[in-house]
Write a protein that binds this ligand. Structure first.
Ligand SMILES: Cc1cc2nc3c(=O)[nH]c(=O)nc-3n(C[C@H](O)[C@H](O)[C@H](O)COP(=O)(O)O)c2cc1C
Ligand code: SF4
Ligand code: SF4
Length: 300
């Protein structure tokens, strides 16, 4: 096809003096091709967004606090509750991702740390972290990582829940009760903020990143310090509870490997309290009283 220089319309064959040269025609052809390709890509992107589910609630939890929060999010905003260690996706199927996670060593569990770089960059990300005593800048740290991986992070909220890192001390029951009561109020406040799009992002740069990374590298030692008492009934529940496949049943015994991620799920949820740390026979164990224990680790 030939184009008229004057009108940019297809030129009649006779109009010789207005024909574009070969280079100009090639340029126009390239522009048209680029425009058509862009349109196709846009339509595809719109189709993808249209197919997306609204909310994905990705959670990690060993003693149920984060699951408790995830279920509350589901009740308020809807969406699928998904257990991170069993999840093979990247969140790309959701418009909005709620990432519900405990704080571990002023940072996050290993499974959450590994998930962050894989997460879809277009989905809106809302992080809800919970901790037992001291957040220690974990909100800034997760925000830093989220930005490093180009995630579309909208907000980071933190709330205090009952402590589960209780290998060497005991939290009084009355304190657990009052913490849960306050947490409920704080959660309602967080939900109201989300509804009103009052997003909060951490300010400042102070974190305990070095300590976090050092501790995470040593979490495998926790599993090596566990042992099983004569109270074990070989129900094998601990094998299914463990998010890192670190517990095996071998030669009639429960055996811990070297892949422990220090979640303490086996310790708290063994029905016989048969798993002990450093051979100390402490009696207290914790599971969030507002979730069914068997739901922890499930998709809902
Ligand atoms: C390995 C490990 C490290 C933890 N580190 C912290 C911490 O740095 N600061 C804190 O306040 N709580 C810490 N906690 C407590 C948990 O964040 C808290 O109890 C959380 O609510 C547990 O959530 P879950 O029941 O969903 O597993 C830690 C717990 C574990 C198991
Ligand atoms: S969950 Fe407890 S009782 Fe059951 S096999 Fe494991 S250690 Fe034994
Ligand atoms: S061995 Fe116990 S503490 Fe370690 S990752 Fe498995 S369930 Fe968690």
């Amino acid at each position: 096809m030939l184009y008229c220089k004057a009108t940019a319309e297809i030129a009649p064959k006779k109009c010789k003096k207005h024909f574009f040269g070969i280079k100009t025609r090639f340029f126009i052809f390239s522009c048209q091709k680029f425009y058509i390709n862009t349109c196709i890509l846009r339509i595809k992107a719109m189709e993808q967004t249209g197919n997306r589910q609204k909310n994905g609630i990705l959670y990690f939890s060993s003693t149920g606090n984060s699951l408790f929060i995830a279920k509350k999010v589901q009740k308020r905003f809807g969406g699928d509750v998904i257990y991170i260690p069993a999840y093979r996706g990247n969140g790309g199927e959701f418009e909005k991702i709620f990432l519900v996670t405990p704080i571990y060593s002023f940072g996050m569990p290993a499974h959450v740390y590994e998930l962050l770089p894989k997460l879809d960059r277009t989905a809106e990300l809302i992080v809800i972290q919970n901790y037992g005593g001291m957040a220690g800048g974990a909100d800034r740290l997760i925000y830093r990582y989220a930005r490093r991986f180009g995630l579309n992070v909208k907000s980071v909220y933190t709330l205090k829940m009952p402590e589960n890192y209780t290998l060497t001390f005991t939290v009084p029951k009355f304190y657990i009760k009052s913490t849960l009561k306050k947490a409920e109020r704080r959660l309602n406040d967080i939900f109201a903020r989300i509804e009103n799009k009052q997003y909060v992002l951490p300010t400042g740069t102070k974190t305990k990143e070095k300590l976090y990374l050092k501790n995470m590298a040593n979490w495998h030692l926790i599993g090596e310090r566990f042992s099983v008492t004569e109270n074990c009934v070989l129900c094998k529940k601990c094998l299914t509870v463990c998010p890192s496949g670190n517990i095996e049943f071998s030669e009639g015994k429960i055996v811990f490997g070297s892949r422990c991620v220090a979640c303490l799920g086996c310790y708290h949820r063994c029905p016989q309290k048969a798993i002990v740390y450093n051979k100390k026979r402490k009696k207290d164990r914790y599971v969030n009283p507002d979730v069914t224990e068997s739901e922890i680790g499930k998709n809902l």
